[in-house]
Ligand binder design. Structure first.
Ligand code: ZN
Length: 142
């Protein structure tokens, strides 16, 4: 069973409103695509693994093994994909969809309102955490 700090926490976290904790497909996409800088290293590695095809993963693992034999200190591929990292493997083993939901949910619960950027006028989700203009109603708060 995967245990992530803050995940499944039933205590309301400071600054997080009930509304912003509701996960929609739009919010999930936003968290996964726009909020990488707030992700844990194993989450980024798991997402990189998710982007590999079966063949791509086989080839990449071979390169990682080769790299391990040839260099002693710098395993770039392993660092990027974490084939031997238990935390990364736990996430990957959840299956792709569950892994994506787990990462998005943790971001929402841990970072909440600090990264979920909503329009101050229509309250819809903006395109990025730093956006200062609404793509829905055009409101601008520069
Ligand atoms: Zn708006």
């Amino acid at each position: 069973m995967l245990k992530i700090p803050g995940f499944g926490n039933t205590q309301p976290l400071a600054g997080i409103t009930a509304t912003s904790r509701l996960m929609t497909d739009e919010l999930k996409k936003y968290l996964l695509e726009q909020c990488r800088q707030w992700m844990l290293p194993e989450e980024i590695r798991a997402l990189s693994r998710g982007g590999l095809t079966e063949h791509g993963e086989k080839t990449t693992r071979e390169i990682a093994e080769k790299e391990k034999k040839e260099t002693l200190t710098d395993f770039k591929i392993e660092r990027m994909y974490g084939f031997n990292d238990p935390k990364t493997n736990e996430l990957v083993n959840l299956g792709h969809e569950k892994m994506l939901s787990t990462i998005a949910q943790r971001l929402l619960e841990r970072q909440g309102d600090s990264i979920v950027n909503k329009c101050t006028k229509c309250n819809k989700l903006t395109r990025t955490p730093n956006a200062k203009q609404c793509r829905h109603c055009g409101h601008d708060w520069h």
